[in-house]
Design a protein around this ligand. Sequence first.
Ligand code: NAP
Length: 312
Amino acid sequence: MTEQPEYDVVIVGGGAAGLAAAIYAVRAMLKTLVIEKTALGGEILKTGDIENYPGFPEGINGPDLAALYEGQARRFGTEFAYDTVVRLDVGGKVKRVVGDEREYTARTVIIATGGEHNKLEVPGEEEYAGKGVSYCATCDGNFFRGMDVVVVGGGDAAMDEGLYLTRLVNRVTVVHRRDQLRASKILQQRGFDNPKMDFIWDSVVEEISGNGEVDAVTLKNIKTGEASKMAAQGVFIYIGFHPVSDYLQGVVELDNAGHVKTSLQMETNVPGVYAAGDIRQFSDRQLGNAVGDGIAAALAAYRYIQEQAGEE
Ligand code: NAP
């Protein structure tokens, strides 16, 4: 007798892409499991106000939106497991998803594990992680009420989170390695207009120092070579993002940066295996795109399962 997998769809990763996929999969009457390592919601858990997601003209708080996604997925019968997926064995008809806790079997797999924030890799960054160094203003901003903090980076994340911090802290100094921000114009303008936000251009953080907790950063102007030390009790690092795909090496086709290559239908090179959201090659890393990817992946998985059933 041929082995019957436990699930129609196993979704690896419970961020926006994974939860959107789950909502569509369960509503297509597919037995669906979402495996999440830490907390359901993914990147939006680290975002205060989301102002560019259509349908919420006043903005919506990231963790609140994550809870809505989760509730909607649960309402229609999605199952959840908290586990770290370490390996996929997906060459056969029955796909095996191997976690630290146990192994799961499915007809299809949707990979939606997103990515992680890049590190500066300077002295003090690791030592002071959680003691003044943070990658999440929404999570940690409250600890820095009334203090002076540095935000490193010039992209949307640095601006978004830096602006959020201005509501809590005394002063936000953005340290950027060029003399122009990469962030969208609207965020740039808000930053320039905010009296609590300063900018240090053409500069990088060379060291984070302190005495048990962060009390200063050493900066270097990359045009003049001049070094300086600046007092700060917090350092928030937003210098980009890389996909979490080590466990996918040799499993599905990846690009040089580790993103999963997919078709427009979110198909990987392995039949029955899909990828959605920030882990996908050419993702714009926007919430709306992640949701759309998740939906497309669930629909593709549904079609694949129908085709397979027709062949049996
Ligand atoms: P990003 O757009 O890649 O920006 C990274 C920033 O960090 C750049 O300014 C870059 O400088 C700087 N940087 C990179 N490596 C560095 C290093 N080693 N030392 C110092 N600085 C360094 O990353 P992101 O801001 O995380 O955003 C990623 C994606 O998510 C984007 O597509 C963004 O639109 C999206 N996102 C959107 C929103 C929003 O719409 N509100 C919010 C968050 C994220 P250079 O400019 O010189 O390269």
